[in-house]
Design a protein around this ligand. Structure first.
Ligand SMILES: Cc1cc2nc3c(=O)[nH]c(=O)nc-3n(C[C@H](O)[C@H](O)[C@H](O)COP(=O)(O)OP(=O)(O)OC[C@H]3O[C@@H](n4cnc5c(N)ncnc54)[C@H](O)[C@@H]3O)c2cc1C
Length: 384
């Protein structure tokens, strides 16, 4: 099990993060998460306070109540959270790497003071609205528009598939203006701003996903993020969140793998544990290889990020490779559990279903393939 013993490479501080997040999720999440998934809920406010106390929101950011830890620590936290459920990791990623990171990178001093300490403590929740009903992989074609009206801004449009959308105290919303693409902070309760939850999801059920609508939403001049100019601003935040997925996916895969190993050793057929069959061992060995390689990829990219040298192509490499690996592990683990593989009594089908969303959001499998294709050939193929 875990033949490469990659965690031996972690520093004492990184191991402490691992252990404290693990203790949190085994006590406060693991016993309940299958029920949350089944009922399609997440007790966001209660979890936010606990996660805030652990210092996990925006933990890789400096100042404003954020922990200021290194990138690998953040990755390890994501891995341990996603070992419970991808919905939990999504909640923390969106809060820290998308909403808080946007304010931290592009906000004014007043905006940072107003929002970041409360968000770091888990008292305030944020969401990040980039995707629209008709524009997902190609956000540069977004239609949400903010026009000037005197000193104010007036926002119209819609955002789709927004994690934490209906529970957020503040939405970071990306919109087209006369100058290009800009970011705006839209507090909950602003007139004309409405949210509707997306139901009937069969993936990431323990996560709030919403549609945001803006109907003549009047915002003061200081609602705009002053340093966010153009599409590269939201893409810069997405790169942070994708980094968390590189580690997070390993957590989901690891839970499936460990469940399959335990099950295979105790389940008997034809008078023997199914772990004694060569085909089961082949599957388990394949999972061990896949997760070991994913772990190496994550640690390498994490160390590059901490050295300030990581590139967006490397992040795409990691996201594509590790989510694929985790999904492969989850699907294979499911077969080892036989019929038990399709129930929420075991975590495997839940993780497998969740990973379908993880494969799609933060850049789909195809888009990250094209990023690598462009890096290899020098030719961008996004537009056919
Ligand atoms: C549970 C969940 C939570 C999410 N949370 C957020 C959030 O918090 N904030 C946010 O802004 N968004 C969020 N998203 C949206 C997510 O980022 C988008 O779903 C994703 O970017 C893909 O967009 P789309 O669904 O519109 O698919 P589309 O862009 O319509 O793509 C459909 C298919 O076409 C393929 N495709 C598109 N263009 C190309 C191309 N050039 N070449 C080859 N294939 C192509 C895609 O890869 C995909 O297979 C979330 C999504 C989910 C499922």
């Amino acid at each position: 099990m875990h033949v490469l013993r990659l965690d031996d490479q972690l520093s004492d501080e990184e191991r402490m993060v691992r252990d404290s997040v693990r203790a949190f999720r085994t006590g406060s999440v693991d016993p309940y998460v299958a029920d949350w998934f089944e009922s399609g809920t997440l007790p966001v406010r209660d979890l936010a306070r606990e996660i805030g106390k652990l210092g996990l929101f925006g933990m890789h950011l400096q100042g404003y109540g954020c922990a200021g830890l290194n990138a690998v620590s953040y990755g390890i936290a994501c891995r341990e959270l996603e070992a419970a459920d991808s919905g939990l990791r999504s909640f923390v990623s969106v809060q820290g790497s998308l909403a808080m990171a946007a304010i931290h990178k592009y906000g004014s001093e007043e905006q940072k003071q107003r929002w970041l300490p409360g968000m770091a403590a888990g008292e305030l929740i944020g969401c990040f609205g980039l995707t629209e009903p008709d524009h997902g992989s190609d956000p540069g074609s977004m239609r949400t528009y903010a026009r000037r009206d005197g000193q104010d801004w007036v926002l119209n449009g819609a955002k789709m598939w927004i994690t934490n959308g209906s529970v957020a105290d503040v939405a970071v919303v990306w919109a087209r203006t006369e100058e290009g693409i800009n970011g705006f902070l839209v507090p909950a309760g602003t007139r004309g701003f409405s949210r509707t939850d997306i139901t009937k999801k069969l993936s990431l059920r323990a996560s709030v996903t919403s549609e945001l609508a803006f109907d003549e939403v009047r915002l003061p001049p200081d609602a705009i993020l002053p340093a966010a100019k153009g599409l590269k601003a939201p893409l810069g935040c997405l790169s942070e969140a994708r980094f968390g997925i590189i580690f997070g996916a390993i957590g989901a895969g690891r839970t499936c793998y460990e469940t399959a190993v335990e099950y295979a050793k105790s389940r008997e057929q034809f008078g023997r544990p199914i772990a004694a069959f060569q085909m089961t061992q082949e599957k388990l060995a394949h999972m061990e290889l896949a997760l070991g390689q994913a772990g190496l990829t994550a640690l390498h990219i994490g160390r590059l990020k901490d050295a300030g040298k990581v590139t967006s192509q490397q992040i795409s490499f990691g996201k594509l490779a590790n989510v694929r690996a985790a999904l492969d592990v989850a699907r294979s683990a499911r077969t080892i559990l036989g019929a038990n593989g399709v129930t929420l009594e075991y975590p495997v089908i839940r993780h497998a279903n969740n990973l379908e969303s993880v494969l799609t959001y933060e850049g789909t499998e195809e888009i990250h393939t094209l990023v690598l294709g462009e890096a290899i050939t020098g030719i961008a193929a996004y537009r056919g």
